[in-house]
Structures are given as C-alpha cells and as structure tokens.
Design a protein around this ligand. Structure first.
Ligand SMILES: [Zn+2]
Length: 305
C-alpha cells in the first residue's frame, strides 16, 4: 500500500447501511458447507439486490444528479431505471471512504455510483467484483512515485493526480465541485474505464473482449487512432475534444475515449468512427441515439490529418 492510502479515514460512516431485513436466508444455507459456488454467487446477488431495493432515494434526487452529470441522455426511461438499480447494488458491494476527513455526502455517493455503473450498464457489475474500496479526496492529491535513472539512482517525487485505479485494488478519486471541473474531463468514468481495461491483469487499452469483436480489430483501430491523436496534438490541432492526456499511453487513450464516448459522442463518432463503433459494440450502448448524427456512419477509418 502506498503512503497515500494510509491517510484514509476509515471511520467514515456508511450512509447506505440499512436496518437488517426481516426476511432471513434459508437456514440450511448456513449449515451446509458444500454449497456450490454458483448458488453462493446467486445468494450474494440476491442479498445485494434485496439491500438495494430497500434503499429509498427521492425521484427528485436522482433527477438532480443525472442532470448535473449530463451523461445519460442516450438512455431511455427503462435503461435509466436499470442504471439506478445497478448504482444502488454497486453501493452495497463497495466501500467509499473520504481521505483526510473529507466527508462524503449521499449525493456524492450516488453520483460516483451512477458514473461508475454507466459503462457496465450492459456488461454487468461482475466486471468490478475483484475489489472493494473507493477513496475520495477533496480536490486533486499527490501520489508518491519512484523512477530510476540511467545511472541506477532512484528518484522519489510526488505526482499530482485526479484519480488512480489499482489492478485488483481500490479506486482513488478527486472530488471537484461542479464549477471546478474541466470541460470534457470525467475522472470517475476515466478510472472505471481503467478497471475494465485491467480486468485481464494488464493496463494496455485492451479490455477482455467478446469473440465477436476480436482483439486484432480492436488493437488496430485503437493504435491507429492513438497515433493519429498524438500527431494532431503535436501539430496543435485546435479541434480536439479529447483530453490531451489521452496521448500519454494506449491505456490512457482508451480511458479518455470512454470519457469522450459518453461526454462528446458526436465528436468521437466524427473523428474516430472506428473507436466509437468498437466502444458501442463492447459497452452495448449507443451514446449517439437520440442525438443528430452529423456524420454518416462509415466502417472506413478516415482520421483527420
Ligand atoms: Zn488514466
């Protein structure tokens, strides 16, 4: 664990803890040690959904959070309700703590959960089942880093960060008031996109893919878009709607592309249609639906110079 993690205030209250339900799990389940894993999984899910359904969130609260996020316009009413249910199940399966006495409000928890669940709305919460903790900082924070130079000397320094996701470990997030957020930057979507990417143990911009997509097709399209984006950045192209941080590494390009897929789908579709199409297929969501398509759908990759 890094020194930053030791600063976590583990005494933060859990705002979503409810009274225990009056219904009990069938008694034999506790006594029979050889319960098949699949049955246990179903019981855990039942428990999480029971707890989630017991939570009562005002409709006006949901609407206010969704309006502040402006990321769910493409969802119909049924999908929006499904996302809310997923967010509540997410909150029941994760622990959200504030770092350095930072108090996490109900609104913040719901906001983080909605954003975290948006990419997995049609993939399922299983994609996040290999870790538990989310640590929220008030504004950006410093992460201790080490680099070794060519002479073998180790240099230690602190790197300012808005978020970090650890493979199999927690997600660290900087919470910023709405007025302080940068246009087109969504830290929560970004870090949870890393979680999808790292699900196969490697942060390389290639999440575990269904056979119908195929790793080669993904790799080719994302690599070409990544290189094109870096070239455009070098030439000071002012028409870039993606965060320049995408040029750092293919894994960052993927995470920022997910942000853009939800935040500026028109731009992503127009400038990197293959990336848009792959994300649409992978995530099972068409973020352009309900919007005017300014660019005809094409399977031909036509990056701008
Ligand atoms: Zn990143």
């Amino acid at each position: 664990m890094s020194s930053g993690m030791r600063a976590i205030n583990s005494n933060m209250r859990h705002l979503y803890c409810n009274d225990p339900p009056t219904t009990r799990l069938p008694h034999p389940v506790y006594e029979v040690p050889s319960v098949p894993p699949a049955m246990l999984t179903r019981l855990v899910r039942w428990w999480q959904h029971y707890r989630a359904s017991a939570l009562r969130i005002q409709e006006s609260t949901w609407q206010a959070i969704e309006a502040s996020l402006a990321l769910t316009h493409h969802l119909d009413a049924a999908s929006r309700l499904r996302l809310r249910a997923l967010a509540l199940a997410f909150l029941n399966s994760k622990q959200i703590h504030g770092a350095h006495d930072f108090e996490i409000t109900d609104t913040m928890r719901l906001s983080i959960a909605l954003q975290a669940c948006l990419p997995v709305l049609n993939l399922g919460l299983d994609w996040y089942d290999d870790w538990v903790g989310i640590v929220v900082y008030q504004g950006d924070f410093l992460i201790p880093r080490q680099i070794t130079d060519d002479a073998g000397v180790v240099h230690e320094y602190l790197e300012p960060a808005l978020g970090e996701a650890w493979e199999g470990g927690p997600v660290l997030l900087a919470w910023q008031p709405e007025q302080d957020r940068h246009d087109g930057v969504n830290v929560v979507l970004h870090e949870f996109a890393h979680k999808l990417d790292m699900r196969d143990g490697v942060a390389d911009g290639i999440p575990p893919l269904p056979r119908k997509i195929g790793r080669k097709r993904w790799q080719l399209a994302f690599q070409r878009a990544f290189e094109n984006f870096r070239a455009r950045l070098d030439s000071d192209d002012e028409a870039l709607a993606m965060d320049p941080y995408a040029a750092e590494h293919p894994a960052e390009f993927f995470a920022v592309a997910v942000e853009t897929f939800f935040g500026s789908p028109d731009w992503l579709f127009g400038d990197y249609p293959d990336v848009y199409e792959l994300l649409r297929e992978f995530l099972g969501q068409d973020t352009l639906s309900g919007r005017i398509r300014n660019v005809p759908m094409s399977s031909t990759y036509r990056p701008r110079p």
